[in-house]
Design a protein around this ligand. Sequence first.
Ligand code: 5GP
Ligand code: MN
Length: 296
Amino acid sequence: MLGDVIRAVEEAESILLLSHINPDGDAIGSVYGFKKSLEALGKTVYAVTEEPLSDYFEMFRDDFIPFKEFQEEYDLAVALDTGDTKRLGKCFELFKGETAVIDHHETNEGYGKYNYIDGNSASCGEIIYDIIEDMNIILSPEAADGLYAALLTDTGGFIYSNTTAETHRKAARLIEAGADYVHINKKLMEEKSFEVHRITALCVENMEFFADGKICVVTLDNSFCEKNGITAESISGLAALPRTVSGVDTGVFISETVKGKTKVSLRSSEIVDAAEISVKFGGGGHLRAAGFTRED
Ligand code: 5GP
Ligand code: MN
């Protein structure tokens, strides 16, 4: 229930915010926006990630503490944008005592003491927006930056089918609140390092097609990754690439950047239920974007 989550947040003086491993723009943006908003109420807020954040998140990085450097006590731990406890990685160790879950993955079973899961929200950032409004917190430009980044990235730049009129309304209000949208759009959606462009080219060369061209698969096995210097970070924005080929309904992006650990990302347009397939393999996600990891 949303009311229970808000009450727990209001009662806590110190709050730890967590999100998923290999965080995306929704994970980092939601945490950052929530952190800035709760700090405005005078609360002590920590944001912890399993690993230090990459250059991609440079604009938010100063607010995040890597897991191995974190030693503080806190009244409440909140997991954002994280479909199950496995996705917390090492940070699961910190998810104890009073806990809350705020998420938009319909496959989330609610593993916190207090849970609010809304599968209709395109991003977790949209839910955080509602919570900030319900708590009567005035959006600062910094909080708006985070939430705008969350909405932007989880909708692929407002183009995926999860995008609604409400997403656009919230984005507009975040711009009015001072979100630096031109800079965020460029940094998170347009600009890519030459290294990522190089690896994108390798992925295109690697594409295989099935079912009359309706399925496109990219497979990067461990030896290919090692040979070509492909890391989890360098391919973190490429999962949607196979679906962008004309005629493809379902894109499958398979990578083994760590030997024996195969990550599968599914993206579909109209036919395949990506979440249903991913749940069968121990993962989860959304109707049109889901994934799972298999260990040999
Ligand atoms: P991606 O393919 O970009 O890693 O993830 C696509 C969507 O599926 C995201 O919403 C992500 O949270 C979810 N997802 C990916 N891998 C897993 C997994 O192993 N478990 C769960 N529960 N969800 C996943
Ligand atoms: Mn998300």
